[in-house]
Ligand binder design. Structure first.
Ligand SMILES: Cc1cc2nc3c(=O)[nH]c(=O)nc-3n(C[C@H](O)[C@H](O)[C@H](O)COP(=O)(O)O)c2cc1C
Length: 258
């Protein structure tokens, strides 16, 4: 096991965090969590043996909020493992984009993986994932990474660059034209505004507004709402349900590269 690991993650609805924490806690008893979705500035220069960096897949990419924050880290002389978590459809350029961001921050990437979690817009897709089989695979991947770190520490161990699927230029980023809305059961408790990673939700007196220019449709507000009052507009939800319904019952395999 490693002495300590820092885990940088963005996880609006918890799937990415579950995958990444399962992985990181197999590597070390001491996992320092850094939530890239928090509005405050990132702590820098934490001392640790390895950085684990995890992001969800949005439209075949990683959310720009996560990419931008990762690029502000200083990975000089540090090893990293990259993880993307997606909702069964496809991860496309996301893992490549995450690795490019890590390289821009001078991290040395020693392993990468893509894992499946329940789809945060259409939960019947990949329902219940990561499941017990995923958890076993994530732990086995962590064991391979520990072995690899051991090998790299031995003198003369050869290191090769980790190659992952994806292409440049990346797929065009998703265009956001609609945001979640609050139904009449909204009590204006403000939890949604608190967790929104981009500060897109405002409460003014009895009125709640969402700024479509800031919203990234991450679903953190719908996930946290204690009244289930935060939902996608009907047409958007129905459109996604229709597009993704062929994937209900499809079991996509996880992949690892090391
Ligand atoms: C706006 C948005 C776009 C998404 N795009 C994709 C995608 O391109 N491919 C895919 O397989 N899953 C996609 N998903 C599903 C998420 O990647 C998946 O549910 C992931 O677990 C979300 O991470 P979280 O649970 O940490 O919030 C998307 C989800 C959202 C909210």
């Amino acid at each position: 096991m490693l002495k300590s690991v820092v885990l940088y993650y963005f996880s609006p609805t918890g799937g990415t965090k579950k995958v990444a924490e399962t992985f990181a806690s197999r590597l070390s008893k001491k996992v320092d969590l850094v939530d890239l979705g928090e509005k405050k500035l990132l702590r820098k220069n934490t001392e640790n043996d390895l950085a684990v960096v995890a992001a969800p897949v949005f439209g075949g990419r990683i959310p720009s909020l996560a990419a931008d924050k990762i690029k502000t880290l200083d990975g000089t002389g540090k090893k990293a493992v990259s993880l993307v978590v997606y909702g069964t459809r496809a991860y496309e350029d996301a893992l490549l984009e995450l690795n490019d961001a890590l390289r821009e921050s001078h991290f040395q990437i020693i392993a990468s993986g893509d894992f499946v979690a329940q789809h945060s817009i259409v939960p019947d897709v990949g329902k219940g994932r990561p499941d017990s089989r995923d958890i076993e695979e994530i732990r086995a991947f962590a064991d391979h990474v520990l072995d690899k770190i051991g090998r790299l520490e031995q003198e003369g161990a050869e290191e090769k660059e980790i190659k992952v699927p994806g292409s440049r230029p990346y797929k065009t980023a998703m265009k956001i034209t609609d945001t979640p809305i609050s139904t009449s059961s909204c009590t204006l408790c403000g939890r949604c505004a608190e967790v929104c990673p981009t500060g897109a939700i405002y409460i003014d007196g009895n009125e709640l507004t969402t700024d479509v220019r800031k919203c990234i449709l991450c679903m953190s507000c719908t996930h946290v709402c204690p009244e289930n009052a935060r939902v996608l507009p009907k047409a958007l939800q129905e459109g996604d349900d229709k597009m993704l319904s062929p994937l209900i019952g499809v079991y996509r395999e996880n992949e690892t590269f090391y």
